[in-house]
Design a protein around this ligand. Structure first.
Ligand code: ASP
Length: 312
């Protein structure tokens, strides 16, 4: 008997302002629709995750694909990872600037390459050799992000930003935004997959890579444990290899709900980090937690759909 498919997605965890909630909800609803349609037609969890993440990359409201935060020098530079829990195949790209949908480039790495990870120009060349059209970086930039960068850099000059990155940026919601997108899915064949895609943090130094595309940090999937995607302040998440930490708790017997909360508690207790996490196991059990003021998420199962922008 086929499994009941499940799709759980997030669209970032941060102090999202009230006027951005509706647009996030609309983006989440569309990604759930597109991703779940894949699962309903019997496609793999990898297909569903790719489709859901690509839909959010295409939506300018999120910090992924077009509409991403800008680097210090005003460019879009993106990272993404896709992982198949059935066979542990994974594909990652980082610091790509000329790819409209980094998650689709990650899919090509997963599918077509014996390697797991490509960065920068090498990643773009690989994608192009696989038939992907390269675009100009300006096609990924939206006016809202030019303004956000200018505001941030003005605040930096005035000394109003913690440039040591020793803590979460500032309490100011426009500065502390984390709009990375991610998805985890269970398909009718009983396999799970995970994907995460991001433009990274606001005004990042070019070449900086966060947790999102690093295997075991912002994303991981293994049928024997769980599928996970994270968002938030990347450096502490990387130091704790938090995605793998969370799925290992599930393998050791914790319910995804407990493991998700434990991971966020650990992130804060150990390094004062802030973020959000989604988790899903092969039994279709889900977990979601965040310690940021808000997190955008959506869940679709045969019984129906739930979504929202939750507060803590
Ligand atoms: N985790 C991402 C990074 O540090 C940012 C985010 O989740 O929005 O690059």
């Amino acid at each position: 008997m086929p499994n009941q498919p499940v799709l759980l997605i997030h669209g970032g965890a941060w102090a999202m302002p009230d006027d951005a909630v509706r647009a996030h909800e609309a983006g989440i609803a569309e990604a759930l629709r597109v991703g779940y349609a894949e699962l309903e037609r019997g496609a793999s969890a990898v297909d569903a995750v790719e489709a859901a993440v690509a839909a959010m990359e295409d939506d300018e409201i999120f910090d992924a694909g077009r509409g991403s935060f800008l680097t210090r020098d005003g460019r879009v530079q993106m990272d993404a990872l896709l992982m198949n829990g059935e066979n542990l195949r994974a594909g990652g790209v980082a610091c790509v600037e000329r790819i409209r949908n980094p998650i689709r480039a990650a899919r090509l790495v997963l599918k077509e390459s014996p390697h797991v990870y490509f960065v920068g120009v090498g990643a773009e060349r690989f994608a192009m050799q696989q038939g992907m059209r390269l675009i100009d970086n300006t096609e990924l930039i939206v006016p809202r992000e030019r303004e956000r960068l200018m505001e941030f850099q003005r605040a930096e000059l005035e000394g109003a930003v913690d440039t040591t990155f020793s803590g979460p940026l500032a309490e100011d919601p426009t500065l502390a935004s984390h709009d990375t997108v991610g998805a985890v899915a269970l398909d009718v064949h009983g396999h799970i997959a995970a994907g995460t895609s991001t433009g990274g943090t606001l005004s990042k130094v070019p070449g900086r890579v966060g947790d999102s595309s690093l295997i075991g940090c912002g994303c991981y999937a293994d049928d024997e444990s769980a599928a996970v995607s994270l968002t938030g302040w990347g450096e502490p998440i990387m130091k704790l290899v938090l995605g793998k930490w969370a799925v290992d708790r599930v393998a050791a017997g914790a319910a995804p709900e407990e493991a998700a909360q434990a991971a966020i508690d650990y992130l804060y207790a150990r390094l004062g980090g802030h973020g959000g996490i989604i988790l899903l196991d092969r039994l279709g059990r889900v977990g979601l937690a965040h310690n940021t003021p808000r997190m955008a998420w959506g869940l679709r199962m045969p019984e129906g759909m739930e979504m929202g922008v939750t507060r803590v």
